[in-house]
Design a protein around this ligand. Structure first.
Ligand SMILES: [Cu+2]
Length: 509
């Protein structure tokens, strides 16, 4: 990750000759944000951001849906900026085959990205769609004034409200609904980001993306198909069912992954809506050249993992040297692999073996995200329609096996001698009932087992995070592969075994 050395040079110059960097007239733009800024004493506090009354014709803010970021304002003077944001309550997919009633700013979770310039006067219009069932409002952390706009923006269904504020402080700020019960409105996805650019704009990069983490609480289990209602008690207990980037498990994976090319510089604006969890944000295989931690004016350099508090945000810049897939995760890592906090940055371009040898690590980390999920979707649809065929199960099972079971038993089913027993032509498998094999997948297996004359004394971890359809499809695939003699396992069989297995509280997925 090579970063431009120019800003460092400026910081250094400022440190050596502080007076030269802090002699700005408060009516002119303050020292650039990217240079770690002048000391508060010379700036008049947040009034440094008051560059006088708006100039020129009012402009309408360009709002973008995640993961897109509006273009730089490219303005050199304060303007009057009109923001129109509409609240919609929508049933959207939170995970494959799972719907949830989200309350949204602009129809998406997180809400539309708003971009203004420090010193702008923002005329904010909040509209609440007539089909909404709830009143809503907005508290923007970038607003100077009681409630951040909340008190002035309480809006009943089918109504609009308006308030105006001057964006005095630069930085990237969270906005959220603050209507009671506040926690529930936030838990349902009512948050987003507003960027208040420094007067000179942000340093130029090739790509900018918008990502926001949130935790979600449902009465149903993780990935349990169908409609997932909100669970107030789990929210109070801070025990989320899902932890997600951009409001859905699939928001930043597969063909919805964000993209860039080798040689490009990328900036992520990352917020955390909460309502409860603090994020340990990490991009596997990259090092952030700069992190404007907490969304503020100063940056830290060469960062691996950065904390984003609930109701906070940060900006991260990095440069791409090596092609491949990079996973963004909450490094509280069970959230990534068992609650959905995982997104992908796909980087195309030539290899650079001097920097990275090129051995593919993707599937080990990606698990079921690595393979195309098309066959799994087909099977899920058929299963819901009651028309699931054995062929569809096998196809879906093959995809799910890759990156789940194949990590140990290998893609070929051959296992690893002395460590992982083979599934190919396994006599253990052939002589076990469906129920026995299902139980083994759900609960794991330890102790001595004999497979094809070889003894193994190792540990297979419980795979209970897989849902009933997934286990049925994987086992049907295994039974019909590598001369294993065929057979079929149904989701109903898995359901029966799972419900008949006593589990520790919270152990079931
Ligand atoms: Cu609300």
């Amino acid at each position: 990750m090579k970063s431009s050395t120019l800003p460092n040079a400026i910081v250094l110059a400022c440190a050596l000759a502080l007076s030269a960097c802090s002699s700005q007239d408060s009516a002119t733009p303050a020292a650039p944000a990217s240079t770690a800024a002048a000391a508060p004493a010379d700036t008049g506090g947040s009034l440094k951001g008051d560059f006088g009354p708006p100039q020129g014709e009012p402009v309408h803010a360009i709002l973008t849906s995640p993961p897109q970021v509006p273009p730089p304002t490219n303005r050199k003077a304060p303007a009057k900026v009109i923001v129109d944001l509409e609240v919609r309550e929508l049933d959207l997919e939170i995970a494959e085959g799972v719907t949830y009633t989200f309350w949204t700013f602009g129809g998406t979770v997180p809400g539309s990205f708003i971009r203004v310039r420090q010193g702008d006067t923002v005329e904010f219009h909040l509209h609440n769609h007539p089909e909404s069932k709830m009143p809503h409002n907005i508290d923007l952390h970038g607003v100077t004034g009681p409630g951040g706009g909340a008190a002035s923006s309480f809006t009943a269904p089918g109504h609009s409200s308006q308030f105006t504020f001057k964006a005095l402080n630069q930085g990237v700020f969270v906005y959220h609904c603050a209507t009671a019960p506040v926690g529930m409105h936030v838990a349902n996805g009512m948050y987003g980001l507003i960027l208040v650019e420094p007067p000179e704009g942000m340093p130029k990069v090739d790509k900018e993306y918008y990502v926001m983490q949130g935790d979600f609480y449902t009465t149903t289990k993780y990935r349990e198909k169908g409609f997932a209602p909100f669970d107030m008690q789990k929210a109070i207990d801070e025990n989320p069912t899902y932890v997600l980037f951009n409001g859905a498990e699939t928001a930043l994976t597969g063909d919805r992954a964000i993209t860039a090319s080798v040689g490009q510089s990328v900036r992520l604006y990352v917020g955390n809506g909460g309502p409860n969890l603090v994020s340990s944000f990490h991009l596997i295989g990259e090092i952030f050249d700069k992190v404007w931690y907490e969304g503020g004016t100063r940056f830290q350099e060469n960062v691996q993992t950065t904390l984003i508090p609930s109701g906070g945000a940060m900006i991260a810049d990095f440069h791409l040297e090596v092609h491949g897939s990079y996973l963004m995760v909450d490094h509280s890592i069970f959230r990534a692999f068992n609650k959905g906090a995982l997104g992908i940055l796909k980087v195309d371009g030539p290899e650079d073996k001097a920097i990275y040898s090129g051995k593919e690590i993707d599937s080990a980390y990606l698990g079921d995200k690595a393979a195309s999920m098309a066959s799994v979707q087909t099977a899920a649809k058929s299963s819901a329609a009651g028309t699931l065929s054995k062929e569809e199960q096998i196809n879906a099972g093959k995809t799910l096996f890759a990156g789940t079971c194949s990590v140990c038993h290998q893609e070929s089913g051959a296992g690893l001698p002395g460590v992982f027993p083979p599934l190919a032509k396994s006599d253990y498998l052939a002589t076990s009932s469906n129920d026995e094999v299902i139980k083994l997948v759900l609960n794991g297996l330890t102790g001595v087992v004999k497979v094809n004359g070889q003894e193994y004394n190792s540990v297979m971890p419980p795979m209970s995070q897989l849902n009933d359809d997934e286990i049925a499809n994987i086992l049907t695939y295994v039974k019909n592969s590598w001369d294993n003699g065929g057979g079929q396992v149904t989701a109903a069989e898995v359901t029966a075994v799972r419900s008949g297995t006593p589990r520790a509280e919270g152990a079931a997925h």
